[in-house]
Design a protein around this ligand. Structure first.
Ligand code: B1M
Length: 215
């Protein structure tokens, strides 16, 4: 089997033994760290999601896969190319209240940080009050909310309504598997009085959105 196949299997199997060696092997073959994440490891997570959704994989095993994914990203991060000495802007980032999924959010953090942004990562299950407080404290140019559960899409819309009531008009970026572009560009834009809400399909889309906000 190829190193690509073996790495993907490791994510599906949640198998961390010898993971670093395998990643080093992939890097040694000239595969870029982000290509390893996007083209190989995320393929594995997709399979995990499908198996879990079909009732063919139990939650503790999903957790093992997630831990393996996180370990792989942690190993690869120092190998990524960074834009040094730039402060393009600040974003406050968090997974919304009630949601623990953070792999995607943390990828967004890494991509933005490596491309010259200051990221204030508030973690998971973040109440709106914490997001708003941090955004004010850090004079954030944008707020990023992540969430993977269907119920998180509702939380995001409610957060935007509450932010409108509080007079917050900082641009907001939304991302996560349960969102659709339509939902964000229609329902969420309407929910946010200033209308400055955008959908990010993936971490790079997020980077482009930030560049546009700062441009
Ligand atoms: Co959960 N889970 N999970 N889970 N889990 C999903 C989301 C699910 C779709 C699986 C399924 O049924 N097929 C399903 C949701 C169903 C729904 O709501 N309709 C689900 C469920 C049901 C649950 C629990 C409720 C299960 C239970 O307890 N019975 C529970 C929820 C607990 C809670 O949150 N309160 C739960 C728990 C877990 C684990 C803890 C085991 C683990 C998470 C570990 C962790 O994150 N630390 C987990 C995992 C791993 C998954 C799946 C399999 C994989 C998610 C993932 O990491 N993907 C997931 C299946 C799926 O998504 N289809 C699933 C890789 C990641 C890189 O993708 O986060 O989408 P993603 O990020 C992408 C883009 O979306 C975007 O960029 C990234 C790529 O570049 N993006 C942003 C994301 N956020 C962004 C923010 C931005 C910009 C872009 O700007 C702000």
């Amino acid at each position: 089997e190829t190193v690509e196949g073996r790495l993907k299997d490791r994510i599906v199997d949640g198998d961390r033994k010898g993971l670093d060696d395998e990643l080093a092997d992939a890097l040694g073959r000239g595969i870029a760290p982000l290509a390893i994440i996007n083209d190989i490891l995320l393929d594995g997570m997709k399979v995990v999601g499908e198996l879990f959704g079909a009732g063919k994989m139990q939650l503790p095993f999903v957790l093992q896969s997630a831990e393996t994914m996180k370990a792989a990203v942690a190993y690869l991060e120092p190998h990524m190319i960074k834009v040094e000495g730039q402060e393009k802007g600040t974003i406050v980032l968090g997974t919304v209240k009630g949601d623990v999924h953070d792999i995607g959010k943390n990828l967004v953090d890494i991509i933005l940080t490596n491309n010259g942004y200051k990221v204030v990562n508030l973690g998971i299950k973040v109440p709106l009050a914490d997001i708003v407080t941090a955004a004010r404290e850090h004079k954030a140019h944008a707020i990023g909310m992540s969430g993977l559960l269907v119920k998180s899409t509702v939380v995001m819309r409610e957060n935007l309504e509450e932010m409108s009531r509080q007079g917050v008009d900082i641009p907001v970026m939304l991302g996560g598997a349960a969102l659709t572009r339509n939902y964000v560009e229609d329902d969420c834009v309407k929910a946010y009085a200033c209308g400055r809400v955008a959908y990010a399909r993936d971490a790079f889309d997020g980077l482009h959105l930030m560049d546009r906000v700062m441009g």
